[in-house]
Design a protein around this ligand. Sequence first.
Ligand SMILES: C[S@@+](CC[C@H](N)C(=O)[O-])C[C@H]1O[C@@H](n2cnc3c(N)ncnc32)[C@H](O)[C@@H]1O
Ligand code: SF4
Length: 389
Amino acid sequence: MAAATVKHALLKVAAVPFSAGRRRCLTTCVSTGELSAAVKHVSPIEASLYVHWPYCLKRCSYCNFNKYIPKGDNSSLMVDCLQRETETLLRLSQVSSITSVFFGGGTPSLAPPSAVARILDSVSRHASLPAGTEVTLEVNPTPSGRSRLEEFHRAGVNRFSIGVQSLRDEDLKLLGRDHDSRHALRTLAEARRLCPGRVSVDVMFGRPRQTPGAWRTELGELLAACDDHVSLYQLTLERGTALYGQVMGPAGELTLPEEDDTASMYTDARDLLQQGGLLQYEVSNFARRNTVSRHNMNYWKGGQYLGVGPGAHGRFAPLAEGSGVREARVQTLSPDAWTQEVQLRGHATRRRIPLSPLGLGLRCSWDGLALLDSMLPTLLLALDRFMNP
Ligand SMILES: C[S@@+](CC[C@H](N)C(=O)[O-])C[C@H]1O[C@@H](n2cnc3c(N)ncnc32)[C@H](O)[C@@H]1O
Ligand code: SF4
């Protein structure tokens, strides 16, 4: 069969609307001759899955993520709808294999652990979820009581990302966090016991009143406690947050470090992390012993991903609609409106933006291009050091 004919036939097969038996259909309905042989070589349609849990216990002073303080217990409806939207988007995209799952938020560690089990169950009923697939849960250190990490682990989570943010209690208070450094270290230790080598910590620098010297000391303490992965974020002053008012308001209660100091904090952090064996693999992420997050890497490499939950973002081609053009998709922001839409039509996609095939081609075929993008600041710094020793 000529290459063009094979391609045409495969496109037709790929456009068959999804049903629970679609993967069976690929191997049994098209079962004769060269097409069958060719179809056997069709690689699975892969994607990552991001699941957004939109609720938090309280608002941190710096945060402008899509999060809400719940008025009552909405978790049961939220889980039903997350499950439904996952199934709809799997059907729409005809994705046949999920390569990583990330429960983010908001505070997904406030969700019932059964939410994780149910969503993973939906995935494995509608696509393949190979054993050992990376399943990450963002965790806020718990101020009191029993953390439910063990239950989440039993439900299928095999990687934890802990929002430590800082090891300085006065700074945590200033940032509006409801945990202190003891809680953070305890949660981190528990996560490491459950998933050794698969725990990440989020930490922020460029905080009000922070100095480069104090940051180096703090980072040393963090390095002594952390596992093999660190996500390092420079604090961004977001309009509309309480912190923005404290820094920019007429009273000027708080000041952020000077730009040069913040730049030193970033370069110092990179150096210290590297000395600790944590190698930078994109702007914010550092990993030891090859514990790079598969989920992060899929974003950077321009892979497909489904985003479910209020305000979630996704990028995939809606093959079930007969279109192979990849789209950026944004789900409805407010949890109330989102649940209503999911109940009504199975998903709550608010915006669909077709992505240019040229841009996509570049990102997808030149695997490292997006990564190169992300490493540019680092490369420029290295070049600067080389030129100005
Ligand atoms: C969306 S938050 C959710 C994680 C979790 N709720 C928590 O707070 O630990 C993910 C990470 O983004 C980072 N982040 C949030 N707002 C930020 C800001 N304004 N500037 C820099 N980093 C920020 C924090 O480090 C946080 O851990
Ligand atoms: S930083 Fe995390 S816990 Fe704090 S408000 Fe934002 S999402 Fe919620």
